[in-house]
Design a protein around this ligand. Structure first.
Ligand code: URA
Length: 210
């Protein structure tokens, strides 16, 4: 899919899911599906909208979002270059943690976004999106900043920017993890170039067999 096709597919997906009866819909002001460049290299996935996001219908627009914007700028990207989504698309009351059944109810919406965007790299922000993509049993303290492969996707789990707002010692940790992104992207692109080259070689040798 090209950029325009991805854009259209996302509009359709959000429209379908926006009309469904989801567990937190009745307590939220706006749905917050996510926003950004659908043809991006990097997809960021947070947890759930907070108060500001619920009011504006946009992800990461509060204090944590400002810090996320700074981290993104620190690696030479603009917010509009990347895509930012959340596991949960409606604000949980009082910003409580999402319940397991809520995560399951919203799962296909985020899975649909991931499938359409097909970013080279997914950055999970915080515990909930890490578990969404890697499954249970991981400790963010141990694996933050380490690229993982799942179903052909490269995922780097990172701390949530909000955690760094109340724990100042996590700010440099997050910045150091972000600093790894350009190198990982380069390696992924090189890997893809190699497999493209391999495919062409295989096609060539198959042709010469007949
Ligand atoms: N925290 C999140 O996880 N997502 C947002 O959109 C805002 C804050």
């Amino acid at each position: 899919m090209n950029k325009q096709e991805k854009e259209m597919a996302l509009v359709k997906l959000n429209d379908e899911w926006g009309r469904k009866d989801l567990p937190l819909k009745s307590v939220a002001t706006h749905a917050v599906p996510g926003e950004g460049n659908p043809d991006t290299d990097i997809l960021f996935i947070g947890e759930a909208p907070g108060k500001n996001e619920d009011e504006q219908g946009r992800p990461f627009v509060g204090a944590a979002g400002k810090f996320l914007d700074q981290l993104i700028a620190g690696i030479g990207y603009k917010r509009e270059d990347v895509f930012i989504a959340n596991v949960i698309k409606h604000r949980p009351p009082g910003n409580r943690d999402p319940l397991p059944e809520e995560i399951e109810a919203y799962r296909p919406w985020l899975e649909g976004q991931i499938e359409i965007i097909k970013a080279h790299l997914i950055i999970t922000l915080g515990r909930f999106s890490m578990e969404f993509l890697l499954g249970p049993g991981f400790s963010i303290t141990k694996i933050h900043g380490q690229p993982k492969r799942r179903n052909g996707r490269v995922i780097i789990p990172m701390y949530h920017p909000a955690a760094a707002l109340y724990r100042g010692d996590l700010r440099p940790v997050l910045a150091a993890d972000f600093a790894k992104i350009p190198k990982v992207l380069k390696l992924i692109r090189e890997g893809e170039a190699v497999s493209e080259e391999k495919k062409k070689e295989e096609q060539k040798s198959q042709k010469s067999l007949f």
